[in-house]
Design a binder for this molecule. Structure first.
Ligand code: TMP
Length: 212
């Protein structure tokens, strides 16, 4: 193993509370990777372009009501409908930078009181990220950032619970970045971590599945 035939792109996930800077940083990261000659794509979950994604979007903007379990499974289904494309992109050598993934799924739903192992179950078998970067921000600081946009989960007390749940999910593939550092510092630090990870995947690190 480790030969050229096993070379693949990296699956990199950015996680964090609402307004932690994930979207800005993931956009910059993809641009930087491309500048350095790597093929990279920016993905995000929920992917609101699919029909499942549209149901999720309508729920998040309070235009529809759904049972907590139901919406949880829709978020998971939204990842499952992208799984095979994700695998083929990675195998073709493209690095995927993903703005939110299964960790958001579990952290947000369990903040509503759902059992954490129940929340994790539908994620079993999705591709496991090679690297999860958590942009760490105190919930109070996130709330100050230009105010929340008014979506369903953008409330301080709820975000505090989400933050606690993220802590429970931290594992060996996680790296924490202080989201209150200057934007340029975060960008640089993130790029360094990701380039390292891209290299190990090019060298043939095997793909694995959640929850490993
Ligand atoms: P976004 O603002 O990054 O588009 O995410 C929308 C909201 O959905 C955000 O508050 C996090 C939440 N969410 C879940 O509750 N479960 C999930 O599986 C995902 C991906 C996001």
């Amino acid at each position: 193993r480790g030969g050229k035939e096993d070379s693949r792109g990296a699956l990199v996930v950015l996680e964090g509370l609402d307004r932690c800077g994930k979207t800005t940083q993931s956009t910059r990261l993809v641009a930087n990777l491309e500048k350095l000659g790597h093929s990279a794509e920016l993905w995000r979950f929920p992917d609101r372009t699919t029909s499942v994604g549209q149901m999720i979007s309508s729920y998040l903007s309070n235009k529809s009501q759904l049972d907590d379990h139901t919406i949880h499974l829709l978020f998971s289904a939204n990842r499952w409908e992208k799984r095979s494309l994700m695998e083929s992109k990675l195998k073709s050598g493209i690095t995927l930078v993903v703005d939110r993934y299964s960790y958001s799924g579990v952290a947000f739903s369990s903040a509503k009181g759902l059992d954490i192992s129940w929340c994790k179950a539908p994620e079993i078998g999705l591709l496991a990220p090679d690297l999860v970067v958590y942009l760490d921000i105190p919930p109070e600081k996130a709330a100050e950032r230009g105010g929340y946009g008014g979506e369903r989960y953008e409330q301080l007390e709820f975000q505090k619970k989400v933050g606690q749940n993220y802590q429970v999910l931290r594992g060996p593939t996680w790296k924490i970045i202080d989201a209150c550092s200057p934007m340029e510092d975060i960008e640089e630090h993130l790029q360094e971590m990701v380039l390292d990870c891209v290299k190990t995947c090019q060298e043939g690190k095997p793909l694995s599945c959640l929850w490993s």
